[in-house]
Write a protein that binds this ligand. Structure first.
Ligand SMILES: Cc1cc2nc3c(=O)[nH]c(=O)nc-3n(C[C@H](O)[C@H](O)[C@H](O)COP(=O)(O)O)c2cc1C
Length: 203
């Protein structure tokens, strides 16, 4: 009997589009794995002006994530631009709304990975990727990186790390995704989806 396709949630925040491009590549990597569908979702911006509210539906692009997306997914990729060496407040704010799912173990045992984009090459890709893993560990997700069997990890002069996919967008945010960054983002999406398939087979 045919099993339904696994849903791999690719959850990201992107203010200027660089992290969104990585999210799309990771989703492409996921879709390359038979039996897996990528579901792209974003989170609303947060404001220092407490009265400000966002519309329920974004003006364009991926819909806002709902808690059901966490329940539905068999794997999860999380991406955020680097903000002072850490994830953006919008993504942290989302995680702070997931206490019920944390207590219920909704994500426990599912595979996960992380990705980011920075303005400067040494401006905190690794610290952002590592700190984005922390709420994932608390949720019981099984966090994956990229192995050095991906030769681009040795040669990249832009983004791409063993901790996750990354992009160096430049000070004006106009640098395009390099071939190394692209290959590593695709590989990460593929690895995430393949792991979800293996876990289903082993269950
Ligand atoms: C408040 C703020 C803090 C930032 N902090 C950093 C940083 O610590 N290191 C860095 O390299 N870039 C930093 N940046 C630049 C963004 O990480 C970079 O432009 C990123 O590619 C934006 O991604 P996006 O296009 O998905 O929004 C910061 C940008 C903002 C607005």
């Amino acid at each position: 009997m045919n099993q339904p396709n696994l849903i791999i949630l690719v959850l990201f925040y992107s203010r200027h589009g660089a992290t969104r491009k990585l999210a799309e590549l990771i989703a492409q990597g996921v879709e390359g794995v038979p039996g897996c569908d990528a579901r792209l979702r974003t989170v609303p911006a947060v404001s220092t002006v407490t009265e400000a509210t966002e519309a329920d539906v974004p003006a364009e692009g991926a819909p806002y994530v709902e808690l059901d997306d966490l329940r539905d997914c068999a794997g999860l990729a999380v991406g955020s631009p680097t903000r002072f060496g850490n994830m953006a407040a919008a993504m942290k704010y989302f995680w702070d709304s997931t206490a019920t799912e944390w207590l219920a173990g909704t994500l426990a045992g599912k595979p996960a990975c992380v990705f980011t984009s920075t303005g400067s090459l040494h401006g905190g890709q690794e610290s952002t990727l590592l700190s984005m893993m922390i709420p994932l560990f608390h949720h019981g997700l099984m966090v994956l990186g990229l192995p050095y069997t991906n030769p681009e990890l040795m040669t990249t002069a832009s983004g791409g790390t063993p901790y996750g996919a990354s992009h160096w967008s430049g000070l004006d945010g106009k640098k395009t995704i390099t071939e190394d960054e692209k290959r590593l983002a695709l590989a990460l999406g593929r690895r995430l989806a393949e792991t979800a398939v293996k876990l289903r087979a082993a269950a």
